[in-house]
Design a protein around this ligand. Structure first.
Ligand code: EPZ
Length: 420
């Protein structure tokens, strides 16, 4: 099995280049099928989730050619098959965006239901609510989502809760719907806005992305577009936290600082010094890290995808910190792995109380999902001795070149193969 082997205690310093946003990329790859033309997506991150989705697009007839590691040409003119089979979609949950785009373009979609995740069930009831409101008949049979509609007619859809996936999926299904579709209680994440901007570049008529209310006026046809994906604020936040936990000085480059506001503010609250430039943020830790309370919220609140990494940071900061996870029902499973490194954490439902000021010690630990894996790596950077993080395939799903980037910052980390 592959592990990341980390020898902790090295102070990180230097600059790291941030890649395109995973959660934008996995929405925009399916969105490219809407145009019945040729699209070029630039600044794609070179990660497993992107490659899994490109395989799925190819299996349904899209021609996908990489111009380079981060630029993909997608020709969707030969896509006629609306069946995305389990084999091609099982690796990434975001394949469910194929339902919205195929239903929107062809009036029919048959896509394997995505698997669960390690932090609770991942329902799609709000996605289905939106499709049905537009006039589609949706059923789940033999592990497949089957959606079809004679015609899709715009309507008013009020989401019961803020959902990134449902907002994007309903937007994809509504772009060709007759009339106007209103999505109320829409998600406002940067990747929702980026996907809407990409669809508008292809000829869609979407307004209000980034606000609670999105308005989509149905169009008759769309065309291709060349589009550069936004940088990944979660990747950037992960490296800032890695800098903070080692008392280092780290600059994350090629970012949109605005997307990092909640993360930068929380790190400043913990006594980090933050300098914000046009396309970078620099962190350093002049004194002692002090604890803080963190509550995950939908954007622009503190992102749930940095919750595990922040918990690791709280373990070494002076004082007691409380993390409240409001987005996911059970996103603390990684804490049992962190405890193997000496973290003092008590979990009560959606709250975790962290006794800080701990000197972590290296241990063997298993990533239970992508961001949990990132948290274990971050903790290993500060731990005394050697840490082995297993299930690195989870981390490879969302972090390009993590070992090289951390090595360039001065960490002692390598990918090792260990026979079971
Ligand atoms: C996206 O997941 C991200 N994934 C997640 O990032 C992120 O944690 C999440 O948004 C919240 O920001 C991608 O974009 C590929 P949601 P998504 O629908 O869309 C409930 C990572 O590490 N819900 O906003 O699946 C749901 O159970 C990943 O990059 C319903 O009840 O999240 C959750 O409690 C992990 N019914 C809440 O809403 C639905 O139909 C928010 O989920 C849909 C969601």
């Amino acid at each position: 099995m592959e592990y990341f082997e980390i020898v902790g205690g090295k102070r990180l310093s230097g600059e790291v280049y941030i890649n395109g946003a995973k959660n934008a990329a996995v929405a925009m790859l399916p969105a490219a099928l809407a145009g019945n033309d040729v699209c070029v997506l630039e600044n794609l991150p070179n990660i497993e989730d992107v490659h899994s989705l490109v395989d799925a697009l190819r299996k349904i007839g899209a021609k996908c050619e990489f111009r380079d590691q981060h630029t993909l040409v997608i020709d969707s003119r030969d896509v006629t098959d609306h069946n995305a089979h389990y084999e091609s979609v099982k690796k990434t949950r975001a394949s469910y965006y194929l339902v919205g785009v195929l239903l929107g373009r062809f009036g029919k979609a048959t896509v394997a239901l995505p698997g669960g995740c390690n932090f609770g069930t991942r329902p799609i009831d709000q996605h289905i609510k939106g499709f049905e409101a537009l006039g589609a008949e949706v059923k789940i049979e033999h592990g497949m989502i089957i959606a079809q509609a004679e015609r899709l007619v715009g309507t008013n859809i009020y989401l019961d809760l803020v959902s990134v996936g449902a907002t994007i999926n309903i937007m994809l299904a509504a772009i060709y719907a007759e009339g106007t579709t209103i999505i109320e209680n829409a998600a406002k994440e940067p990747h929702v806005v980026d996907t809407a901007n990409f669809l508008n570049a292809m000829g869609a008529k979407i307004k209000g992305a980034g606000t609670d209310v999105m308005r989509i006026v149905g169009v008759k046809e769309m065309h291709g577009a060349e589009y550069m994906i936004i940088p990944d604020q979660i990747e950037a936040g992960t490296y800032l936290i890695a800098g903070a936990i080692t008392g280092g000085e780290v600059t994350v480059r090629n970012i949109i600082p605005k997307h990092m506001d909640s993360i930068s503010a929380k790190l400043q609250e913990m006594n980090c010094q933050i300098e914000v430039g046009d396309d970078f943020v620099t962190l350093n830790v002049p004194g002692k890290l002090t604890s803080a309370n963190i509550k995950t919220m939908t954007y622009p609140g503190f992102p749930t995808d940095l919750q595990p990494q922040m918990t690791a940071l709280l373990c070494v900061a002076e004082g007691t910190g409380i993390i409240t996870e409001t987005i996911w029902e059970n996103r603390f499973q990684y804490i049992s792995e962190l405890k193997r490194m000496g973290c003092l954490i008590t979990v009560e439902g959606r709250m975790a109380v962290v006794e800080g000021g701990t000197q972590l010690t290296g241990a063997e630990a298993l990533a239970t999902d992508l961001r949990a894996g990132a948290a274990l790596v971050v903790a290993g950077l500060a731990a005394k001795g050697r840490t082995l993080v297993g299930n690195v395939r989870y981390i490879d799903r969302g972090y390009e070149d993590l070992v090289q980037k951390l090595t360039n910052l001065g960490a002692e980390i390598r990918r090792v193969e260990i026979e079971e």
